[in-house]
Design a protein. Structure first.
Length: 316
């Protein structure tokens, strides 16, 4: 998994702020009055190779040409107008998406901006899996969302992503599975919110069918985890093929249907261990009951998941 990075920077005063903004963004123009009224800038960046979460605070009037090596989606408060070719928008009203090849000019004054950056190659892979199109080209047709409902959905997903930064290291952005889930939710929400070049009707059908298959598979696994079910059984219950089932899970979770089944069984084993008689019951019995034939492998996965050994749970 990619390693994470975190950084914070802050400048006060027109000269120092202009120097930092030019170093980060290149072509900028300061407002006519900032030499007198003052200018400051603060940024907070968190991310990994495929995902960036950035918060930026501008105190003062600035105009800049935005050129970034990744796909960026921004939300703002204060004053933040943008122009991308012949498109115009206000980032305080709805999120806006900019691509590396776009010709974007932004103008803002006393603005707080939240930016999600998605690596083009990673987003392309996600869209390829999502739609099953091996020759898909990642090109959005507009910087604006397809409608207000899609924009609201993207905002909600972005709030979840930012909330992951406020959790403890074990439960938040520092956790690899959490980061994978945050990336996937943001990537899918972006693909659904902004108009992507291609056959939209066919893609909507594909997404809807996979979402329905995922829901059926989750229900089947939760209800039958105690039985000797296989991936084929889950696919049949979901009304799809094993390959399509993997794609449906990849849309929603950072693991496969088989991994989800194992996770459900691991949680059930933990519940049984907590309720068992530590004198009469054994870890091996509980592990076998939930399909874990290798007791050592079970103990290792259990400790990785719950932070304690099965024997410790049994004794408690």
């Amino acid at each position: 998994m990619p390693s994470t990075f975190h950084s914070r920077n802050e400048t006060v005063g027109p000269d120092a702020t202009e120097q930092m903004l030019r170093a980060n963004y290149g072509d900028i123009r300061l407002g006519s009055g900032v030499r007198l009224s003052g200018l400051s800038y603060a940024e907070e960046l968190h991310g990994e190779d495929r995902l960036l979460l950035g918060r930026h605070r501008f105190a003062g009037e600035v105009t800049m040409n935005v050129g970034l090596p990744f796909i960026a989606i921004g939300l703002a408060s204060g004053e933040y107008l943008w122009r991308n070719g012949d498109q115009l928008g206000d980032m305080t009203v709805q999120p806006a998406l900019f691509q590396p090849e776009d010709d974007v000019v932004t103008s803002f004054e006393h603005a707080d901006v939240e930016v999600v950056g998605l690596e083009v190659a990673a987003l392309t892979r996600t869209a390829t899996v999502l739609f099953g199109e091996d020759d898909l080209r990642m090109r959005f047709l507009s910087s604006s969302p397809v409608d207000a409902a899609a924009a609201a959905h993207w905002r909600a997903v972005a709030r979840v992503a930012w909330a992951s930064l406020d959790e403890s290291a074990g439960a938040g952005f520092g956790n690899e599975l959490v980061r994978a889930s945050v990336y996937r939710q943001l990537a899918v929400a972006t693909i659904e919110t902004f108009p992507l070049a291609g056959d939209h009707a066919a893609r909507r059908t594909t997404v809807a069918s996979r979402a329905a298959a995922f829901k059926r598979a989750i229900g089947y696994i939760d209800a039958h985890a105690s039985l000797p079910i296989t991936l084929d059984d889950i696919a049949v219950a979901a009304g799809t093929t094993p390959a399509e089932l993997d794609r449906a899970f990849d849309m929603h979770l950072p693991y496969t249907a088989e991994q989800y089944l194992a996770s459900v069984r691991l949680s059930a084993a933990r519940a049984d261990l907590a309720d068992a008689d530590p004198v009469a019951g054994t870890v091996a019995e509980v592990a076998a009951r939930w399909g874990f034939a290798d007791t050592r492998a079970f103990a290792r996965r259990y400790r990785e998941r719950f932070g304690e050994t099965p024997q410790q749970t049994l004794r408690r």
